[in-house]
Design a binder for this molecule. Structure first.
Ligand SMILES: Nc1ncnc2c1ncn2[C@@H]1O[C@H](COP(=O)(O)OP(=O)(O)OP(=O)(O)O)[C@@H](O)[C@H]1O
Length: 236
């Protein structure tokens, strides 16, 4: 079983024998996973290896074909108010309103999640993500890296116990990637569980406690990131 620590009580995320089939295609073969508060699991693998499928199931956006996906001991469903309140997802697709500014997007999120003192909190996140100068810009005028920072900011302005990120390093420059790694370490330190799909070994090495390497929907290696990366590096 994939785990980030000795199991103590119920995990925040628990997948038991989870698999996913699309038509004839087996996107995910049965796997187990356990993620506790304040820990991070990184999923690693080629395009099409099943990372996003696993993330969608863990966040309740998709149901497994077989097995059980639990959040805090209950079947996970993105429509569950508990899940909506506690799970923040940074996706790989851009979903935004073309006529709302960067700041207005973040305001929407804070209203939806009844965030106290939202204005100063938004200011802080905008500065932190280097978006302060673009607060009044419309999405269409953002660079792809700035758009990625906006997606990240939208997850950070709201409360969360679990942060799910699908290749968050995409489109970020080296400095922004470093700030992303620092941010995810800080998230863990504040008790947030982080479930991450990445193509960047350094990000996994810096942030993750446990790494799961997938190939064609199967777990081919798992363990501490340095060990898994070393193992993968020695394969023919
Ligand atoms: N909605 C869907 N319908 C049919 N097949 C799907 C669907 N979603 C994913 N798949 C298939 O499942 C497999 C796993 O896809 P998935 O998106 O999970 O891979 P991934 O590891 O996230 O890839 P990438 O690194 O490119 O994002 C792929 O073969 C993909 O074509």
């Amino acid at each position: 079983m994939a785990g980030t620590a000795e199991p103590t009580g119920s995990a925040l995320v628990e997948l038991r024998g989870v698999s996913r089939t699309y038509g004839e295609r087996k996107a995910l073969h049965p796997l187990d996973l356990r993620l506790d508060a304040g820990r991070c699991i990184a999923l690693y693998g080629h395009n099409g290896s099943g990372k996003s499928t696993l993330l969608r199931i863990a966040g309740g956006r998709d149901a497994p074909t077989a097995g059980r996906a639990l959040f805090d001991g209950r079947p996970v469903d993105e429509d569950d108010p508990q899940v909506r309140a506690r799970v923040a997802v940074v996706g790989d697709t851009v979903a935004c309103y073309p006529d709302l500014t960067v700041r207005e997007h973040l305001e929407l999120v804070t209203v939806a999640h009844a965030v106290d003192d939202a204005d100063s909190w938004i200011d802080e996140i905008l500065a932190d993500r280097r978006l302060a100068d673009h607060a009044h810009a419309l999405p269409g005028s953002l660079s792809s890296g700035q758009m990625q920072s906006l997606l990240l900011a939208a997850a950070l302005v709201r409360p969360r116990d679990l942060l799910i990120l699908d290749e968050p390093e995409q489109r970020l420059d080296p400095e922004a990637r470093q700030r992303l790694a620092d941010l995810l370490v800080a998230e863990k330190q504040s008790g947030v569980a982080v479930l991450l799909a990445t193509h960047q070994p350094d990000l996994a090495r810096t942030v993750a406690d446990h790494m799961i390497a997938l190939e064609d929907g199967r777990v081919i290696a798992e363990g501490p990131p340095a060990v898994v990366l070393d193992d993968l590096g020695r394969r023919p």
